[in-house]
Design a protein around this ligand. Structure first.
Ligand code: CTP
Ligand code: MG
Length: 225
């Protein structure tokens, strides 16, 4: 079976608030998306990399991209819809592995990719990178008063990549409410399966708010230097 990376990059970046979608913001001299794709393209265990962009994307074609990159212009209204549409476009066998990775997570390291892929190689379900929650977690009520303190020991923050067999992932997304789910694992969970949590890393944060760009730039230049 093959291992295919699928990168949803069809969002608008509303929380970062720039006119240009965040995947095209300049970071260390290249569009943000280029850094994410490069990390996947260079990994020896990944057989092919595909990116999902919006059919209305006005920016992608202004840049040069690696020739081996597959470009799918089928982004949807939600991240999950973009992933589901992308899976339809790829000719995959049911037992091929799909590694879904957010365009906005530029800091993914080769070591974290290797850890995820190696840990899941013979896993019956698949899984995701995730970080144990470092802070004490409160549930708040509508007046911002603490309703509850959650036991931190069991809590993880989901990252990407999330890696599942193509057949199972397609089945899970076909059954899930795509507007509501924010990751692949939750669709798999809805089928009754329990994805494996593999330790991620702080540097694999998602560029979401303006201040995240400064952090990402520092991380990438530290690695390059
Ligand atoms: N994404 C996508 N299709 C969508 C929405 C999001 O492919 N309809 C992608 C984004 O491009 C991003 C990843 O999913 O790489 C994670 O989503 P997020 O960080 O939420 O990005 P945006 O949706 O672009 O940002 P925001 O939610 O702030 O608008
Ligand atoms: Mg979003």
């Amino acid at each position: 079976s093959r291992l295919i990376a699928l990168v949803p990059a069809a969002g608008s970046g509303s929380r970062i608030g720039t006119a240009v979608p965040k995947q095209y913001l300049p970071l260390a001299g290249r569009p943000l998306l280029a850094h994410t794709l490069a990390a996947l393209l260079v990994h020896p265990a990944i057989d092919a990399v595909a990116v999902v962009i919006s059919p209305e994307d006005e920016w992608f074609d202004s840049y040069e991209w690696p020739q081996e990159l597959a470009v799918l212009r089928c982004g949807g209204a939600s991240r999950a819809e973009s992933v589901a549409n992308g899976l339809v476009q790829l000719a995959l066998d049911d037992d091929d592995w799909v590694l879904v990775h957010d365009a906005a997570r530029v800091g993914i390291s080769q070591a974290a990719l290797t850890r995820l892929i190696a840990t899941l190689a013979s896993d019956p379900v698949g899984g995701l990178l995730a970080l144990p929650v470092p802070d004490t977690v409160k549930r708040g009520d509508s007046e911002n008063r603490v309703a509850d303190t959650l036991p931190r020991a069991d809590l993880w923050l989901a990252q990407t990549p999330q890696m599942f067999r193509a057949g199972l992932l397609k089945q899970a997304l076909a059954a899930a409410p795509l507007a509501e789910i924010t990751d692949e694992a939750s669709a798999i969970e809805r089928l009754g399966f329990s994805p494996r949590l593999v330790e991620g890393e702080a540097g694999n944060f998602k560029v979401t708010y303006p201040q995240d760009l400064t952090l990402a730039e520092a991380l990438l230049s530290a690695r390059a230097g």
